[in-house]
Write a protein that binds this ligand. Structure first.
Ligand code: PMT
Length: 319
């Protein structure tokens, strides 16, 4: 019997080549990780946003999911605040650190034209009252840019995501326990192999659609065992039924043997999570009062996890 292909082989065999220039991005990630590590800084890879799975190779339709990238973008800010260098692997056009606070704005309503003394010329001014907290956000954003501690990398399709995650893992592996993986992206569990995908648009005239999708290989398994075995790895578990949440998180820990699962329920994900390790269940929540003054659950998640990461590096974290 032939052995099942490894996840890395399966990605190469079954998925269309990535749209992203993986080699160039890999070099950028390696240089970024090496540079920050040599300055004694920890590096976190944050994955963020949902993945898109095409149903046709000349894609008209695809399978998508709900994730806005809020968790990843917000967490990136708190990791930067905690002194980490951040590789932010995010879905194209999903939320982005700092600008995420204004993602619901229509910019044309925020800008206004001011007449100039020269005829037919105008200046453009932002209406500051429509941009709450903008001074602080701009200071943080430009400070972060000058520090060179954020490397944003975009993915579009599931194929891009899988190739780039593998590349990132290889770039971070030399950092050993100083590398942290924070896998907040909502990754599709199903796909159609490139060889089985119809080339052209599926015709509705052929009647109701029936498709069979293959299971996407779980990246956590090779990540923990082979790609970056010394790193501190945090996965997320999302459920819609709170009753099975902890059991599912524990199952993931038992299966993949990584350090932490952050468990959350779709409807309450902005105000309540449970940090699950092999020995603990730490409930983190945001009260109404905290919410009213702008406290974010990601602040608490990142504080909790950076502490666990320190103990992991020092060899005092149980797992
Ligand atoms: O983006 P927001 O709108 O703010 O929402 C945030 C979130 C709810 C998406 C986030 O908090 C979250 O829970 N993300 C994980 C969603 C999920 O259910 O993942 P999963 O059960 O499909 O996968 C579990 C873990 O395995 C995840 O960390 C995932 O990154 C990883 N995985 C998944 C599939 C795959 N093929 N390989 C993987 O390694």
């Amino acid at each position: 019997m032939m052995a099942a292909p490894s996840p890395a082989e399966q990605i190469r065999q079954d998925f269309a080549p990535p749209q992203a220039d993986v080699e160039e991005i890999t070099r950028a990630m390696e240089a970024f990780a090496r540079g920050h590590n040599s300055e004694g800084r920890r590096v976190v890879l944050i994955t963020s946003g949902g993945t898109k799975v095409p149903l046709e190779s000349r894609t008209v339709r695809f399978l998508d999911n709900f994730s806005s990238g809020h968790r990843g973008a917000t967490s990136a800010e708190y990791f930067l605040q905690a002194g980490y260098a951040v590789i932010f692997l995010h879905r194209h056009r999903s939320m982005y650190p700092y600008s995420r606070r204004y993602s619901a704005l229509n910019w044309l309503d925020v800008l206004r034209l001011l007449p100039c003394s020269a005829p037919r010329e105008h200046r453009v001014e932002a209406v500051q009252s429509q941009l709450p907290g903008i001074v602080r956000v701009l200071q943080d954003y430009h400070g972060m840019k000058e520090s060179g501690r954020l490397l944003p990398i975009e993915f579009n399709t599931l194929s891009d995501y899988l190739h780039l995650l593998l590349a990132a893992a290889r770039a971070l592996s030399p950092l050993g326990s100083n590398a942290l993986f924070y896998l907040a992206a909502a990754v599709s569990d199903f796909y159609i192999p490139a060889s089985e995908m119809p080339e052209h648009k599926i015709q509705s005239s052929s009647g109701p659609l029936q498709i069979t999708m293959k299971m996407v290989p779980k990246m956590l398994s090779p990540l923990v065992k082979e790609w970056a075995p010394k790193a501190f790895v945090i996965s997320f578990k999302l459920e819609t039924n709170p009753e099975i949440l902890i059991e599912r998180a524990r199952k993931a820990l038992d299966t993949y043997r990584h350090q932490v699962v952050v468990a959350n329920v779709l409807d309450t994900r902005r105000s309540y999570v449970v940090v699950v390790t092999s020995t603990e269940e730490e409930k983190l929540s945001i009260s109404d009062e905290e919410e009213s003054v702008g406290v974010e659950i990601e602040d608490k998640i990142v504080k909790d996890l950076t502490l666990r990461h320190t103990r992991f590096i020092e060899g005092t974290e149980l797992n």
